[in-house]
Design a protein around this ligand. Sequence first.
Ligand code: NAD
Length: 440
Amino acid sequence: MATVKEMPVPPLIDSSNYKEPAPIVDKDNPLESMMQRFDRAAEILKLEPGIYHYLKTPVKSVIVSIPIQMDDGSIQVFEGYRVIHNDILGPSKGGIRYAPDVNLDEVKALAAWMTWKCAVVDIPFGGAKGGVTCDPRKLTQQQLEKITRRYTANMLDVFGPDRDIPAPDVNTNEQTMAWILDTYSMHMKSTQPGVVTGKPLVLGGSKGRREATGRGVMHAALRGMGKLGIDPKGATVAVEGFGNVGSISAESLVQQGSKVIAISDMSAAYYNKNGINIDEAVKYSESHNYLLDGYTGAEKITHEQLLTLECDVLVPAAREDRITKRNAHNVSAKLIVEGANGPTTAGADPILDAKGILVVPDILANAGGVTVSYFEWVQNRMGYHWTLDVVNERLATAMNSAFDRVYDTSIKHGVSLRLASYILAIDKVARTLRLRGIYG
Ligand code: NAD
């Protein structure tokens, strides 16, 4: 029987000593990339202009000011956002990020992404996203708690287990979810675990949530390898990013007998043709401020080399805009499984297609996280806990059937898996919208 590792709440990483590798930028940005794919799918579906506009427009965008008294007595005002892109399929779902460059446009686009992701894996949620413009690295835990509680208080009529359910995203974690749960529950005069997901186990979090995205990437990779006739045992894998998604994708693929020959994080990239010992690399990173630099179990390579290594599977699991029209020609993997959101730009899509590389797109490949968030919400509503085996088994079923639906759609329309995912998602939301009709 599978066991659950009780994890400490990971700290917000102080990476201020590290200069991140320069982004590989072309003219696309992830949000424009998404819209280009949305438009193409809408064209194939011959979406009516009214429905097209409906699905492009968020149903609600809320901006709140968050005044906080700082330690020296001064008052600083932060700005917070929550965008509900669509709630046709059910309550809206999406993370909350804290970062200096968070802005309304970004949050709007990320919210739309969540709508399509939930529809692809067939869970009854709409899409949302939230954020606060702040630099968590310059804030104390107390200040972060104050910001979170005031943000939640301002969103009391937006959030709710039946309305809109936040989760962690960039620079927020289980602790942030615990503060939101507590603030919301205090105002509702009863404990409401279903108002957030990704919370600590003791507060009603789900077993397997922490590993869900990485395990989902593994299921998508196995399915993809199956289509290409690659035996997972001994298949070579390169993983970009060694945080939650990257490290757990790597671990899970090793458990399937694959050989992870390259890993990287923002500090460094490493290669070992005989396979990297992932447990050892995880321990190294955990004891070095969550950074790989200085790891001795493999040879140092550049970040760019990792992306273009000859291997069976490439898992970009770091950040957006990594595979672009500038480097897509050099990608030598047979299969790309997108652990990150938006790692491939729209400009790179046709290049990868022409090279015959099978790409399992982000809205399918990394949907394991939101799927187990849905399981967490279901367990909260039942007032019951599932075992880790039950969670993992249901995750596998959800990921495999989503993959198969997307694959069948791609065959039916003669399009890539990426376009097929959008076609499937948009069609589902559009059909539901036609049934519900337009009120008013
Ligand atoms: P994380 O912060 O835990 O890890 C990110 C990792 O990427 C870190 O190891 C960091 O050092 C590394 N990194 C940053 N820039 C890099 C670069 N240029 N080259 C190589 N490595 C770099 O974040 P995470 O939760 O693992 O999320 C990673 C991606 O997956 C993001 O795009 C996120 O939106 C997406 N995602 C995460 C989840 C989830 O459940 N955590 C779910 C769906 C999608």
